[in-house]
Design a protein around this ligand. Sequence first.
Ligand SMILES: Cc1cc2nc3c(=O)[nH]c(=O)nc-3n(C[C@H](O)[C@H](O)[C@H](O)COP(=O)(O)O)c2cc1C
Length: 175
Amino acid sequence: MPDSVIERILTTATYAPSAHNLQPWRFAIVAPASAGRERLAHALTSAMRRDMTAEGAPAAEIESRVARSLKRLNEAPVIIVLCRDVTAVREHKREDEIMSIQSVANAATYLLLAAHAEGLGGNWICWTLYAQEETRQALGLPETWEPQAMVFIGYADEEPKEKVVKPLNEIVEQV
Ligand SMILES: Cc1cc2nc3c(=O)[nH]c(=O)nc-3n(C[C@H](O)[C@H](O)[C@H](O)COP(=O)(O)O)c2cc1C
């Protein structure tokens, strides 16, 4: 995937609305087959094994989940780790923290739509949320960058299934 495409996608993401226009999003691009990708894979699979072991999952289930997740991680052409700069808040109050997380999520949606407009497929992966510190350290990210999610991006080799969405009468109230 050309760097120019990634740059366009990220540029679009930066136009997302954010609370108080603080633009708390930060992005780490993890290239395929790079040292960073290897370190990320190691950090995330170690955390997954640790958490599943603590939950009492059987060893076979842990290894099959790790293998499945690792395959996706290794095969993703480009991984963008979405982070939140924890200092980009007006005040360290619960509402402001939530607003900044919502703002990062907005940027991710813009990013996914921009990827789609480029003819790419994208998938939001929450794995890093379970291993924020490990992800930050594996990628050598600044201390204030809090990993929120990853977006896997690549040229899709299959058509998505038709999406079944909840009908409006189930999710809308006229008040
Ligand atoms: C906050 C969030 C977390 C998600 N985490 C994952 C994930 O860890 N793994 C995954 O395969 N998809 C994940 N997804 C993608 C959703 O499963 C997906 O958006 C949903 O099933 C609808 O499918 P669509 O986006 O193709 O329409 C996540 C999406 C969001 C918004």
